[in-house]
Design a binder for this molecule. Structure first.
Ligand code: IPT
Length: 951
């Protein structure tokens, strides 16, 4: 049997040749809106004759276009990362193939011209068959690619009937195995465009920049008779094919200078924005306008928690603003061309873009790549068609500096052919594809998730492959941001800055693809794989962005912003070093200010004069005059935007640095001297009451507490769960989640209460000896904990510290330490020393899949109080980490969604000497050696005092 059209590996049929996306003064009407919709479980079950003009669709549902039907109550979303959710027998797809019939009746505007017209679909997932007024226009595949059909001959002023039959599965699905939700439908704009005879059918702008002469070379390739005018450059009616050279300001992601122009004929005018830049590979580096660039990038899927890949324009703009504000300078459009609006924003606001074709065949990996379309001639046309539609649509964007053939499709002749075609069609941009491991047909060497050591080897030119050695190197994916993390970004930056060929990377990924759902009680949460009853799915692997699904930045993005800030402010022996890490800008567009704090309280501030510093250079400026302080003195220097830009308000902090000026004074003398009294089952020492049998603190200044005792457990993070054998599996095998505390002795040593314990897992021989030494004076209760491993420890420790429970009313938290956000050993650059106040609720990071979060580091003191101001204060000697939550680590560990976490009556505090780092083992390297926590002899001291409320 010949394959049906949707099972044909070839591209669709009937569509017009791909061309640039543009809007002109020719008439256009949006056909977005409310359509009639009917979903059938299969083609066989779909209504006959739905394309006919007189088909009666009055009983059908309605559906907004653009949309995914699964997000409007028809069918269900499904998530897989690698596996195809259907048997792999290309190009066959299941006969149970959900089929969505869409119909729209529309009139033309009264003044619609009598000219040719095209119907344009910006995205249909995965295969659409289109009829207008009963006649078939054709079939489109390539979900995230546009298709246009000639329609003028069929149009009439009133009562046009557009019918589109969309199949969830098609041969194209084999090429669309990206790590994301399977979501179907007409999910991007539908437009009817008048195409005036003698208009601008298509055009390609060329706007190169010669950084030596400062001249731009401007031309347009188009049909004869097409002209280009750029008033600001005095260019008037430049004929297609002719080049002018003239002095211009170049375009860069840092300084996105665009010139407004118009490509025109007598019949049509197309407003264009021209950015002058030249991309070359020279000396093993990718250079734009003569300068090597460092990609501080992210991989961006299009996602909205309610509308999926039907992304509202506001969300695209929000993405751009959030990227720019967090020092992201590059985007890889993983793994398909984005909605065209996003690229317009990239041109305007300034981002380097790798534009990627809509292609991934990852699921063939499960079959050892047998039958992979990438090397099968019956798919060549489809590969070329996808690349052509990408390049033709997007060729006029200055922001795009690399074309990417796709993702995770192994290697093969079809990819090589796509590379060849691309290079010939557009020699002005290099070609990227990570899966060409030997770099046979690409221009840059790209890897994903290479660990620091590998990047270091590449940087040292130790790669045995000479082709690769000669190319610029980038990490198309790194820093897997699943759950709490990524850890280790700083060390990647150091490598990118050490080796000229290592030109940065793209964090995986921009946003968590959680979908909003309501639980039985009507509380909203974000769903992930498996939540829709999928038989095969990849759980929360789709929750791995630096934005939560609602576009709240996660701590990972805040860390990214700090690690990759374009200005670095550090201490020198006697002053302040300001280093310019921009690729093009000097520092003149920034204002510098300083603030001096004593023990976290502002004492002085002012402006800082910083001379002009060229990219790659630094300047040393003297310290401002600072008042004498007796407490701990920190100077914070900030680089801010003096004026609002298109992407941030005036005052936005681009970079900051902190310099220690006066060290912390010596800690006050130890609390001691208060008498220790045994009273029946209780023990009294200063403000504390203890259980005489367990040695646990039971009240503190009259507040009920449940004594601090040793704690090694944390609710595993996604990264703890990654890579076999995972840290989590080792921790569980070592019983760290169910330690037993044996009290060996509770005894008095002069005025000191000594509690000797051994903390160990059931069934195993090793443990930790933990001694608690309590002393007190009139107001303070001091605890010194000494730990020592007993026997051989087989694994790292999640944490080393104390946990205690305090009254739930102590919900107001203030501290002097690092903040305001959470921080971990290998993700702590964004935390600065200061005084902060948060509610317990605000201290939580609501990771979509609950896990360890909210740790604050370098705490000098911590205060927890209730509404009346009464509570406790804990001082470190000198520093500790803390977290505070209304549930236990065990409850956090057991939760699967945010709504599973129910606040209890107590507040659970962790007071830690240290925690194990985060790493990125959920996909990539684990925790670097220097951030791993081992069982070791250690001691630390905390002093507890009570805080009185107003009398
Ligand atoms: C890599 C994919 O390219 C990306 O789409 C995403 O799935 C990521 O992994 C994990 O979140 S491929 C992997 C085999 C390294």
């Amino acid at each position: 049997m010949p394959p049906s059209y949707f099972e044909d590996p070839a591209p669709g049929r009937g569509s017009l040749a791909p061309r640039a996306a543009f809007a002109s003064d020719a008439r256009a009407v949006s056909l977005n809106g409310t359509w009639r919709f009917h979903l059938s479980p299969s083609l066989a079950a779909a209504p006959e004759g739905m394309h006919a003009e007189d088909f009666d669709d009055r009983a059908w549902d309605t559906l907004p276009v653009p949309a995914h039907w699964q997000l409007h109550g028809h069918g269900k979303p499904a998530y897989t990362n690698v596996h195809y959710p259907f048997p792999v027998q290309p190009p066959e797809v299941p006969s149970d193939n959900p089929t969505g019939d869409h119909r729209l009746t529309f009139d033309l505007p009264a003044d619609w011209p009598d000219e040719p017209a095209v119907l344009r679909f910006d995205g249909i997932d995965s295969c659409g068959r289109v009829w207008l007024n009963g006649s078939e226009l054709g079939v489109t595949k390539g979900s995230r690619l546009p298709s246009e059909f000639a329609a003028g001959h069929l149009l009439r002023p009133r009562g046009n009937v557009l019918a589109v039959r969309v199949h969830q599965w098609s041969a194209g699905s084999y090429l669309e195995d990206q790590d994301m939700w399977w979501l179907s439908g007409i999910f991007r704009d539908v437009t009817l465009l008048s195409r005036p005879s003698g208009g601008v059918a298509d055009y390609q702008l060329h706007a190169g920049y010669d950084h030596v002469t400062g001249e731009g070379a401007l031309s347009v390739t188009a049909a004869d008779g097409v002209l280009l005018s750029v008033p600001a450059l005095g260019v008037e009616d430049l004929p297609a094919g002719e080049t002018v050279r003239l002095p211009v300001e170049p375009w860069s992601a840092e300084s996105p200078r665009l010139y407004a122009g118009v490509v025109h004929t007598a019949a049509e005018r197309v407003p264009v924005r021209i950015g002058f830049r030249t991309v070359v590979i020279a000396d093993g580096q990718l250079k734009v306008n003569g300068a090597p660039v460092l990609f501080r990038g992210v991989n961006r899927h299009e996602h909205h928690p309610e509308s999926g890949r039907a992304l509202p324009r506001e969300s695209a703009l929000a993405d751009i603003e959030l990227m720019k504000r967090h020092n992201v300078n590059a985007v890889r459009t993983s793994h398909y061309p984005p909605d065209p609006y996003f690229l317009e924003l990239c041109d305007v606001h300034g981002l380097w873009v790798i534009d990627e074709s809509d292609l991934e065949t990852h699921g063939f990996g499960d079959l050892g790549w047998a039958g992979n379309p990438s090397d099968d001639p019956q798919w060549t046309d489809a590969y070329l068609d996808r690349m052509r539609r990408t390049v033709e649509r997007d060729k006029n964007h200055p922001s795009i500096v690399l074309w990417s053939l796709g993702n995770e499709a192994q290697t093969g002749r079809n990819l090589a052919a796509a590379a060849r075609w691309t290079r010939e069609r557009d020699p002005s941009r290099p070609v990227h594809y990570e899966g060409d491991f030997e770099c046979e047909y690409v221009d840059v060497y790209s890897r994903m998730y290479a660990d620091h050591e590998e990047v270091d080897r590449i940087g040292r030119q130790e790669d045995p492959n000479a082709r690769r050695r000669a190319m610029p190197f980038l990490l198309c994916e790194f820093g897997h941001a699943m759950g709490n993390g990524p850890g280790g970004l700083l060390e990647y930056r150091e490598l990118f800055e050490r080796y000229p060929r290592c030109q940065g990377g793209f964090v995986w990924e921009w946003i968590d693809h959680g979908l909003t759902r309501l639980d039985a009680e009507g509380r909203a949460y974000f769903a992930y794989g498996g939540d829709f009853g999928e038989q095969i799915h990849d759980g929360n692997f789709v929750i791995d962005g630096v934005l939560h699904p609602d576009r709240t930045p996660s701590p990972g993005l805040v860390e990214f912003a700090k690690v990759f800030e374009p200005v670095r402010i550090t201490a020198t022996a006697g002053g302040i070093r300001v280093a310019n890490h921009y690729d093009f800008l000097s520092l003149e567009h920034l204002s510098f200010s300083w603030a001096y704090e004593e023990d976290g309280v502002a004492v002085a501030s002012g402006d800082l004069a910083v001379p002009s510093v060229h990219p790659g250079q630094s300047a040393e400026v003297p310290l401002p005059p600072l008042p004498d302080v007796t407490g701990e003195g920190w100077l914070t220097v900030r680089a801010t935007l003096p004026e609002a830009t298109a992407w941030a308000p005036a005052g936005h902090v681009v970079a900051w640095g902190q310099l220690p000026v006066v060290p912390a004074p010596l800690p006050p003398t130890a609390a001691t001297g208060a008498a220790l009294r045994f009273e029946g089952a209780e023990l009294h020492l200063g403000a504390g009451t203890f259980d005489a049998a367990t040695g646990l603190l039971t009240t503190l200044g009259g507040h009920r507490v449940h004594g601090p005792r040793l704690d090694l457990w944390r609710a595993p993070t996604d990264n703890d769960r990654g890579s076999a054998p995972s840290e989590e599996s080792q921790w569980r095998a070592a019983g760290l989640h169910r330690l037993q505390h044996r009290v060996a002795a509770v005894k008095r040593r002069e005025a000191e209460l000594v509690v000797r314990t051994r903390v160990a897992p059931p069934g195993l021989g090793f443990g930790l000896l933990a001694d608690y030494h309590w002393t007190a004076d009139a107001g303070r209760l001091r605890l010194r904990v000494e730990v020592e491993p007993d026997g051989e420890w087989p694994c790292t420790l999640p944490r080393l510290g104390l946990r205690m429970a305090v009254p739930g009313s102590f919900g107001a938290v203030a501290w002097f330490g690092a903040g305001p956000g959470e921080a971990y050993a290998d993700s702590r650059q964004a935390a600065r020393v200061g005084r902060f106040a948060r509610s317990v609720e605000e201290l939580q990071t609501p990771y979509v899949y609950p896990q360890e979060n909210g740790n604050r580091t370098d705490t000098r003191w911590l205060r927890l109080t209730s509404a009346d101001g009464a509570g406790i204060r804990i001082d470190g000697e000198p520093l500790f980490d803390f977290s505070a939550r209304r549930w236990t680590s065990e409850e956090l560990d057991a939760a699967r969604h945010t709504v599973d976490l129910e606040p209890g009556e107590l507040l659970h505090l962790n007071l830690d000497l240290a925690q194990h780092g985060l790493g990125t083992a959920s996909c990539g390297p684990g925790v670097l050696p220097q951030y791993r926590l081992h069982a070791q002899k250690a001691g630390f001291t905390l002093t507890f005092t009570t805080v009185d409320g107003p009398a």
